[in-house]
Design a protein around this ligand. Sequence first.
Ligand code: BJW
Length: 236
Amino acid sequence: MQPSIVILTGAGISRESGLSTFRDADGIWATVRIEDVATPEAFARDPVRVHEFYNARRRGLLDPKVQPNPAHQALAELERARPGKVLLVTQNIDDLHERAGSRDLVHMHGELLKIQCQACGDVRDCRHDLGAGDSCPACGSTGTLRPQVVWFGEMPLKMDRIYAALSACDLFLSIGTSGNVYPAAGFVQEARSVARARTVELNLEPSEGASLFHEAIYGPASQVVPDYVRKLLDRT
Ligand code: BJW
């Protein structure tokens, strides 16, 4: 039987594609405060500021220079080689996993290229700047559109699917995440204690929860992830 694999990715996997992480010295939280841009209260207080923050990041993601790197590609290759056996759970709001070819993918913190209406719940694709006075194309309400992302204090998406997969996996991989943000930071414990899965961290440096992993491989994602996937496919 082929092992069932759950993979959690974070901002570190997209760094070599040109996108910033959050908590590294040159990360996003070094230049803006979480309380100003990444909470529902911030959006209610100053939607213009929050829209500017996400408009800039959306433009950055759509820059033709930003492309999937070998780590994204290796995970897509793993899914193709093990159909039905790999669930990719990303905390990232970029679309680089999809662009690399991953299909069984959960964006637990939402997607930068989608918007949601707070009045009617309509969710749709968006590749342009949003303004605080824009109207919802579905219900016509004004000032109710927001990026479809999960801010602090909000419930991450598809948690039932994620916990079901974690509780039944044989292998849990955590890639490019600092382990600072819950519930994602608790997935390793869930996989270990409920599923008795093997747990492996691939990161530039030890994460907050490094001691919880059976194995750790440190280095840039574009190198360590393709190496790991190659060895895994050779072995199983
Ligand atoms: C490389 C690399 C390279 C670099 N190669 N690696 C105590 C008090 C108050 C609140 C809480 C509390 N304990 C828990 C909470 C809840 C709170 C929380 O966790 N707070 C903490 C700060 C303590 N969590 C929430 O509010 C969440 N909701 C929630 O809990 O709902 C209730 C619930 C309960 C039970 C079950 C389920 C739900 C929501 C969290 C939302 C997070 N949102 C953000 C913004 C999303 C939109 C956006 O992008 O703008 O998500 S914050 C930000 O952090 C973003 C990321 O997804 C997330 C994680 O960051 P990530 O990916 O780990 O990035 P970094 O920068 O931290 O790390 C990068 C890593 O890569 C580093 O280790 C580098 O070394 C490495 N790296 N280059 C490989 N080349």
